[in-house]
Unconditional design. Structure first.
Length: 475
């Protein structure tokens, strides 16, 4: 047993709050409830920290970072000459292992202990209103939650129904982020954020051939159309092959260590050493006892804006993070966790940022950073939306940053109200520009006022000047 965990005998049979799932959402809701004086217990069946810490956000970013730094240096004459060799892949993977805490959760467990949250290792399921059953290694426990149960069980990769896929050894996000070796040839099904990030990470870590197959008309299909086009160009420049509007209809691998071949609906075939399936996620709601409270196993848990499960009587069941399907991102899960904890603590809250202002950064090079609505979404919502855009390289900050900096910066303005409702930036390092847009959207700051928010010279943030002045000049 690790410090902070309670053994079977010591587990209380009644607490104020039981949290099921110790990913970022679960940890945060538990910590805040405990901080508010509630006796709180968290059940985790694997590692405290969840998917994000060990098999998603953290290791994937660590795998992208060496290639990003190298590309950044190569954009700067004078510095570029100092780079004379290739990436050291084993060092890069060792660094990834460190960032993933070597898949050891002792620090997160310590955090829970410091936050006065009791931890039980095991698989939890509901057993009717306010009752939670936990299968631990050597016991089955029954715990009653006096005030609330919070579901924070996250999501898992869900392979699509492609012929042969179920019988084929493949990679999901866990295999890709834990990889010990770089495959010569990698085939990625899915050109969403995970597919794009992993495709570039492996290419830059040394995969000779990386192919991305995306069913939609472009990469990152939920973002502005220019995003997918720019990323495709960048991928093509570094030898990543992209098939859009394309699906795999059949997959075959003769033996586990043999190459895998995917037949696309065009009849083309792609052969690779590893196949990463990065298409879709399913809420972890199987074997969670949802049927005992009138909900359907396998579905995401629908919630209201206080994060309470809808269709469950009595104000005691909450769901935060990926499991409720509102915004499958760590920071939004943590936001919901703060909101849910406040609701459980009896405070008046309403979570709305996860409908209106979801910040999304894809850590490819060029980076893609977006928040709020796209132009298409704004039009579909019947908003008189005005679009203003400029090239990322049009400001002095881009010139200083290096050669070949390219991209697009675009704002979507609700013209009737004169406020920002969406923003998309592409280019190196633009993820750090995003929060200014999020603040403007959440604060509903009129663009007339934003013209007085003067960005420093020479920073990339000067795109704001061009965009805001551009919108105001157009009238
Ligand atoms: C490759 C990849 C990269 C990503 N990168 C980013 C990124 O850069 N930024 C970002 O914001 N998001 C990113 N995401 C999304 C992010 O990982 C998720 O949104 C986030 O992990 C969701 O947090 P969560 O707490 O809801 O669930 P999870 O992190 O999935 O945690 C859920 C926890 O619940 C536990 N659990 C489940 N069922 C039970 C049960 N019955 N009993 C006990 N325990 C249970 C699980 O073991 C798990 O630890 C990425 C995702 C992937 C796949």
């Amino acid at each position: 047993m690790v410090t902070g965990e309670v053994s079977g005998a010591a587990v209380p049979t009644e607490v104020d709050v039981v949290v099921i799932g110790g990913g970022p959402a679960g940890e945060n809701v538990a910590g805040r409830c405990a901080d508010g004086g509630l006796e709180t217990l968290l059940v985790e069946r694997e590692l405290v920290g969840g998917e994000c810490s060990y098999w998603a956000c953290m290791p994937s970013k660590a795998m992208l970072r060496p290639g990003e730094v190298l590309a950044e240096v190569r954009r700067v004459p004078g510095a570029r000459q100092a780079v004379t060799g290739d990436l050291d892949v084993s060092e890069a993977l060792a660094r990834r292992d460190t960032v993933a805490s070597e898949w050891d959760d002792r620090w997160q467990v310590q955090w829970l202990e410091d936050a006065k949250v009791a931890l039980v290792r095991g698989h939890a399921r509901l057993l009717g209103a306010r009752q939670v059953e936990v299968d631990t290694e050597d016991d089955t426990l029954l715990i009653t939650a006096r005030r609330a149960v919070v579901l924070a069980t996250g999501s898992s990769a869900s392979p699509p129904p492609v012929r042969g896929l179920a019988e084929t050894r493949l990679w999901d996000n866990r295999d890709a982020t834990e990889a010990k070796e770089i495959p010569e040839r990698l085939l990625v099904l899915g050109g969403g954020p995970v597919g794009c990030e992993m495709a570039q990470a492996f290419r830059r870590l040394g995969s000779r051939r990386v192919t991305v197959v995306e069913a939609g008309p472009r990469l990152l299909v939920n973002e502005e159309p220019f995003v997918g086009e720019e990323l495709r160009q960048a991928f093509s420049n570094e030898g990543i092959l992209v098939y859009t509007g394309s699906t795999a209809v059949r997959v075959r691998r003769e033996a586990d260590d043999a190459p895998v071949t995917a037949i696309l609906h065009s009849g083309q075939s792609v052969t690779a050493d590893e196949l990463l399936v990065a298409v879709g996620r399913t809420a972890n709601t199987f074997d969670l006892g949802l049927e005992t409270v009138g909900l359907r196993p396998g579905n995401k848990v629908e919630v209201d804006d206080r994060l309470r499960a809808t269709g469950v009587e009595g104000d005691w069941l909450y769901a935060v993070g990926d499991v409720n399907g509102r915004a499958l991102l760590t920071h939004m899960g943590k936001y919901q966790a703060r909101m849910a904890a406040d609701a459980i603590l009896g405070r008046e809250v309403e979570a709305w940022a996860d409908h209106r202002a979801v910040p999304r950064v894809v850590f490819t090079d060029p980076q893609v950073a977006a928040v709020g609505m796209t132009e298409h979404q704004a039009q579909a919502a019947g908003i008189d939306a005005r679009v203003v855009a400029c090239p990322t390289e049009s400001v002095a900050g881009a010139t200083v940053r290096g050669e070949g900096v390219a991209g697009t910066c675009q704002l979507i303005v609700d013209h009737a109200r004169g406020v920002l409702i969406g923003a998309t930036f592409t280019g190196p390092g633009v993820g750090e520009l995003l929060h200014s847009a999020t603040v403007a959207i959440v604060g509903e700051v009129p663009l007339e006022r934003l013209r007085h928010a003067v960005p420093s010279y020479p920073t990339l943030s000067e795109v704001w000047l061009k965009l805001v002045e551009g919108y105001l000049a157009a009238g």
